[in-house]
Design a protein around this ligand. Structure first.
Ligand code: HEM
Length: 319
């Protein structure tokens, strides 16, 4: 009897160890053994792309965000339209706006060459490229948990529903992030991604012409000069005064009522997130640490692991 239960315990121990080894969680060491060249290759291509155009770093960071917020970080944003794929590329927030797809293609082809076969997922490439972009533009680094697999579907409707809009107020933004398992601190820290890059006139026109509270009047006038009341929809303005450097000026700008998007200024308009904006504006290091932690949290949204999904050969197409 005793030996029988000992045997049972033994089997149980082996079983739980095996399931641990195949557990659904991601690991920063995922490619360590199977393709040690994977991460250095991604870094090299990202650095090259950022050297050619610094804005590309901003665009790659945004791609990972727009991937993760629509059914998890599964590279669904990279799928082109077909008879069966409802591409997210033409969703409201992405159409004529999301960019960097060619850089992802280049990374994928170089990584597959370096590894000798397609074992690195497009979803992992997006997550690592986002981190390497932030580092290339002077921001913090973090170890990216890896082992995501790629989706076989996409949803434009889901993208329209789940990617936050620049016209949202604070309660809507908090709720939008909460639906992704992200809290108010994540919302403020991740919005700090707007320390990089640009926005088009139609995304901030209403703010610079119609907001009277919480906007610096000189700033509004300055922005109006390149964003007319009608026309010029795609004219660009920087999201903070230093769009090619990862710093905390995005937050000091909010304190000065110079946030470009309504959703930016909403974080500092007398609501619950004001204290955090003050903290980040005064201390770049606290912002950097929180940003890195929240990026890891965002990267953990509903990954496909185990036998779910696939490793795409071409990031734009299902195998
Ligand atoms: C909080 C809700 C957010 C809203 C409403 C929002 C909205 C926007 C909008 C409207 C643009 C300009 C797009 C265009 O005009 O073409 C933009 C750009 C950008 N967003 Fe966000 N965003 C949010 C959060 C984030 C997060 C969490 C990140 C990354 C962690 C991020 C990273 C960026 C970057 C880097 C750009 C510039 C892209 C470029 O220059 O190519 N955003 N965002």
């Amino acid at each position: 009897m005793a030996s029988q239960s000992l045997f049972f315990l033994h089997v149980l121990a082996i079983f739980s160890l095996t399931s641990l080894a195949f557990s659904a969680s991601l690991s920063p060491y995922y490619y360590y053994r199977i393709c040690p060249k994977a991460l250095p290759t991604i870094k090299r291509v990202v650095e090259d792309a950022v050297r050619q155009e610094r804005r590309m770093g901003a665009s790659l960071l945004r791609l990972h965000f727009h991937d993760c917020f629509v059914n998890g970080c599964d590279a669904s944003i990279l799928l082109d339209q077909t008879a069966t794929i409802d591409s997210e590329k033409t969703a409201l927030a992405n159409n004529n706006s999301a960019r960097g797809f060619e850089v992802i293609d280049r990374i994928k082809s170089e990584v597959d060459k370096a590894c000798g076969r397609p074992i690195v997922s497009c979803a992992d490439i997006l997550a690592v490229a986002a981190r390497d972009s932030v580092v290339a533009l002077g921001g913090p680094s973090w170890r990216v948990p890896l082992g995501r697999r790629d989706s076989t579907t996409a949803s434009r409707a889901q993208a329209n529903n789940d990617i936050p809009s620049p016209f949202m107020d604070l309660p809507s933004l908090i709720n939008n992030f909460k639906n992704q398992g992200l809290n108010q601190k994540d919302l403020v820290a991740l919005s700090g991604g707007h320390t990089l890059g640009f926005a088009q006139c139609f995304t901030f026109r209403d703010r610079i012409y119609n907001d009277t509270k919480n906007i610096d009047s000189n700033f509004a006038r300055q922005r109006q000069s390149s964003c007319p009341r009608s026309g010029g929809d795609s004219n660009r303005a920087p999201l903070d005064p230093t769009p090619a450097f990862f710093d905390s000026k995005y937050f000091s700008n909010l304190v000065a009522k110079k946030g470009l998007l309504r959703s930016d200024q909403a974080l500092f308009s007398g609501g619950q997130t004001g204290n955090l904006v003050n903290t980040y504006s005064a201390n770049r290091w606290i912002f950097s640490k929180d940003f890195a932690n929240s990026m890891i949290k965002m990267g953990n949204i509903k990954p496909l692991t185990g036998s779910r999904g696939q490793i795409r050969v071409n990031c734009r197409k299902v195998n």
